[in-house]
Design a protein around this ligand. Structure first.
Ligand code: ACM
Ligand code: ZN
Length: 672
């Protein structure tokens, strides 16, 4: 009886399946594939586990992975899925054919076969019972699709890194850049300089802001409360293997000569004066240490590219250090930029002598680029473009698009972050190839990378929240054709986000994105619209927004002070709006931004004054700051004065927060 019932149920289900229209299972693929041709006929998708037969070099490894993905490998005979590939170690393209009876993946090499399998997983994850027959042909636009994990600011465990490697594999990303060293903690195991592990890897405070407030002290390994850690060599070798099995290369980064406070604290002899965060390029001890460390790095990481940092060295101490001065004199170096370049070039020679190549942040262009260096362009794309023109390979990771430590949604809904506003749409809009460059130069564009700097990111779940979904955009920019359709991408990003959510990743809730600051979406009409502004205190050259028209263009700023609607000052603000003719004025409002993670602070107070002749001004109102300096959330505060006056000129004086380096940002002066 039971059997008959089951049979009837089975017939009923298969009739239902047969009557439903087959679907194109590639519609949800992320990154978007090169081409999908739907063909006649349909394929009934069997229940998992699908059998899979894999043939190609080292097929056992791919079979083992396929098994971990829920397929059932078979050595011979019929299978639901056949995968065959050739001997190329680098070819990433593949074809995937769905016929009435089977699925067939073919590739020139193991990477392509692996990516074909990833596409098939996504097709199956969509859960459609019946597929169109089709031919999917796919290959990446760029050979480098990267994700940077900052394990220095907060140590992250190997299982966490493997989990992110799994997500990267699904997204066909192929480089994980590990930021292993920085002031907040040294994570690379080093036998030759043991204090890098016993001291430089630990600090007493967990939270970044607490650590900074305490003066960035270090701790001893094993000391009660010591926070941090470092990897063992075996752990890193295991990670490299885990990643390589998934066609992901781990690129280790050892920072030099800047961002090295932890090194200086443990070994002051490699600095100019025992303080600060720059290594001393004048001392041979510095090179002895760097070479010994790099020996150990090269021993663990097979990556041809070894990242040597190179960013944001202050170079301040070098001016007065006798060793640095001697080095500059002996080498005929004109300035400290050339002194940094001396260090980088010398390190490049060392790394080259070991059969490897250096990659560095785009500051290594300043003072003369090392002959064989690959550039990671972060301060924008200009450095990368210049490097490509000079024949250097480049990875684009400009701060305005690829820095996913910035907020991805309305700051009042976001965890503490460095500030800014880099939503998914903005990341997705990035186009790495500047068409003004020659084809020859663009041949050097290796690809793109997302960077998650982790100062504020204490927990694994916070890190995942920042990575996903924005990493999907980087994966798609790196893999798919340049044409963009955000709505279609967003639809697929939602699907993939739901998938990662179901797999236990703490993704951002893209379904409920709030989006841009609402006030910035509709222009404001007011009396001063189009009125000329005279600046007694000029705005900072880095943040001119739209120049003198900015404050009376009717456009309020968005969540980011970098959106070219916010004008910036490092001084008090004193400016005058000319309304063109004498008239009654009743209110004046100026909104400033508070974003302490980015050193953006509200003015202490704002004074408004009115004048008929532009010479003699009468104060009409004053508004004060009522937000605490260290209030962590990004806030826009309107400073408003209500009054009854008649005049032609409105003067605004804003008193800057006295904190050193505090910025003032203002978007509009609304007069009514
Ligand atoms: C960087 O953001 N300093 C590379
Ligand atoms: Zn020095």
């Amino acid at each position: 009886m039971l059997k008959i019932t089951n049979l009837i149920a089975a017939l009923f289900i298969s009739a239902a399946v047969a009557s439903a229209a087959p679907s194109n299972p590639c519609e949800g693929l992320l990154p978007k594939p090169s081409s999908v041709v739907v063909e006649k006929g349909s394929y009934n998708v069997p229940a998992m586990p699908l059998t899979i037969r894999i043939s190609g070099p080292e097929a056992d490894a791919l079979s083992a992975l396929a098994e971990s993905y829920g397929f059932k490998p078979v050595a011979r005979g019929k299978a639901d899925v056949t995968v065959s590939y050739g001997t190329s170690a680098t070819a990433e393209g593949y074809t995937l054919k769905v016929t009435k009876r089977a699925i067939e993946i073919k590739a020139e090499g193991a990477p392509g076969a692996f990516y074909g399998l990833q596409s098939l997983r996504q097709m199956l994850d969509a859960g459609m019972p019946q597929w169109n027959c089709l031919t999917l042909t796919d290959s990446p636009r760029f050979p480098y699709r990267g994700l940077m994990v900052d394990v220095s600011r907060h140590f992250r465990t190997i299982p966490f890194l493997k989990k992110q490697i799994d997500a990267m594999a699904r997204l066909k990303m192929n480089n994980m850049h590990l930021h292993l060293t920085d002031a907040a903690g040294w994570r690379m195991p080093v036998e030759s300089y043991p204090k890098l592990n016993s001291q430089a890897a630990w600090r007493p405070q967990v939270k970044w802001s607490d650590w900074v407030a305490a003066g960035t002290p270090y701790a001893e390994e094993g000391q009660p409360g010591a926070y941090g850690g470092y990897y063992t060599k075996d752990e890193l070798r295991g990670l490299v293997k885990y990643a390589a099995d998934r066609h992901i290369r781990i690129i280790p980064e050892i920072e030099m000569p800047g961002h090295s406070e932890e090194v200086v604290a443990a070994y002051p002899e490699v600095s100019c004066s025992g303080q600060g965060g720059d290594l001393c390029p004048g001392k041979e001890a510095t090179f002895a240490m760097l070479e010994a460390v790099l020996d150990e790095v090269i021993d663990i990481f097979p990556s041809e590219l070894i990242h040597i940092g190179g960013d944001e060295a202050s170079k301040g101490a070098w001016h007065n250090c006798p060793d640095c001065k001697r080095r500059m004199e002996q080498q005929g170096l004109a300035d400290v930029d050339e002194l940094q370049s001396y260090l980088i070039k010398r390190i490049e020679q060392y790394v080259n002598s070991k059969g490897r190549r250096i990659i560095g942040w785009d500051e290594i262009i300043d003072g003369g680029i090392a002959p064989d260096a690959t550039i990671m362009s972060w301060r924008g794309t200009e450095g990368g473009n210049r490097a490509m023109t000079e024949g250097h390979d480049v990875i684009m990771t400009p701060v305005g698009y690829c820095y996913i430590d910035y907020c991805q949604d309305a700051p009042f809904r976001e965890p503490v972050s460095i500030g800014g506003y880099t939503p998914l749409r903005l990341v997705y809009s990035f186009e790495p190839a500047d068409t003004a460059l020659s084809a020859e130069a663009l041949n050097h564009l290796l690809g793109v990378q997302a960077n998650l700097w982790a100062e504020q990111i204490t927990t694994d779940s916070h890190a995942e929240y920042m990575y996903y979904p924005r990493t999907y955009a980087i994966a798609e920019i790196g893999w798919s054709a340049a044409q963009k359709d955000y709505d279609d991408f967003h639809r697929r990003a939602l699907m993939f986000n739901h998938l990662l959510d179901s797999l236990g990743y703490a993704v951002f809730d893209l379904d409920n994105e709030y989006g841009e600051r609402r006030e910035s979406l509709t222009p404001v009409r007011h009396l001063a619209l189009g009125a000329p502004v005279t600046y007694t205190t000029p705005y900072h050259e880095k943040y001119p927004a739209q120049g003198p028209s900015t404050l009376t263009d009717g456009l309020l700023g968005g969540w980011s002070y970098g959106d070219k609607r916010w004008q910036g000052w490092l001084t008090d603000v004193d400016l005058t709006v000319d309304l063109g003719r004498e008239q009654p004025i009743h209110t004046a409002t100026a909104s400033f931004m508070h974003s302490p993670g980015a050193w953006v602070h509200l003015p202490q107070s704002v004074i408004f004054e009115v004048s008929s002749d532009g010479v003699n001004f009468t104060p009409v109102g004053q508004a004060w700051c009522d937000v605490a300096d260290d209030y962590q959330s990004i806030t826009m505060k309107p400073y408003t004065a209500a009054f009854n006056a008649t005049g032609r000129y409105l003067r605004l004086r804003a008193e800057r927060n006295p904190r050193p380096g505090a910025w003032l940002f203002l978007d509009e002066i609304i007069v009514n």
